[in-house]
Structures are given as C-alpha cells and as structure tokens.
Ligand binder design. Structure first.
Ligand SMILES: [Zn+2]
Length: 106
C-alpha cells in the first residue's frame, strides 16, 4: 500500500517517534488525542481489519495492552477499534485511551 500513511509511519518515513515496538507492532501517539494518553497500536504489516489479522499478532496486541496499562499509571483504559467504514484509515489500528491516575497527575 504505497499511499497508506500508517505504512509510511511503520517504515519510519515520517519520522514518527514510537512509544513502543514489538516484533509485529508499533505504538505511537494519536495526532488528535481524545484523552490524556491516546496511543495507536498498529501492525507493521498492512492489515485491513480484524478478519485479516493473524491470531499471533492479536495476542501480541493483548499482551502489549496489558503492559501499557500497568506502565502508564492509569486507573484504567479504553480500547477502541474501528472497522470498515468507521475507520478513517484502512490500516488496522487499536486506540488505547487512558487518563492519568490522580496520584500521578502533575
Ligand atoms: Zn498500511
């Protein structure tokens, strides 16, 4: 997918800072955050939707989210996945949203 913005980000063409990187995933900040912490979890391979996502990679998403939830010091978090026409970009993304716990807030 030559014109896919997420493929460009994954390849480092846009100079995006990765918050995390695993074998098959990268994590970076949403440019239009809807919470104190709003990160996108994106597979390195161009995958259109959950139906195309390898089970191994989905497990990797789950494991990563659990770690992120602990590390970010959030009270809890929300995951959002838009699919089909609900997705603005046709490269699978999972949104991780969290507000910082009061005791950690500046
Ligand atoms: Zn892509």
């Amino acid at each position: 997918m030559d014109d896919c913005i997420f493929c460009k980000i994954v390849k480092g063409e846009l100079g995006t800072k990765f918050e995390k990187e695993t074998e098959n995933l990268v994590v970076f900040k949403d440019i239009n955050p809807q919470a104190a912490i709003h990160l996108l979890i994106v597979p390195k391979l161009h995958v259109k939707d959950l139906g195309e996502l390898d089970d191994k990679v989905w497990k990797e998403v789950k494991d990563l989210v659990v770690i992120m939830g602990r590390e970010k010091g959030a009270k809890g978090f929300r995951l959002i996945h838009n699919s089909g026409d609900a997705a603005s970009i046709t490269h699978l993304q999972v949104h991780f949203l969290a507000d910082i716990a009061p005791e950690r807030a500046e």
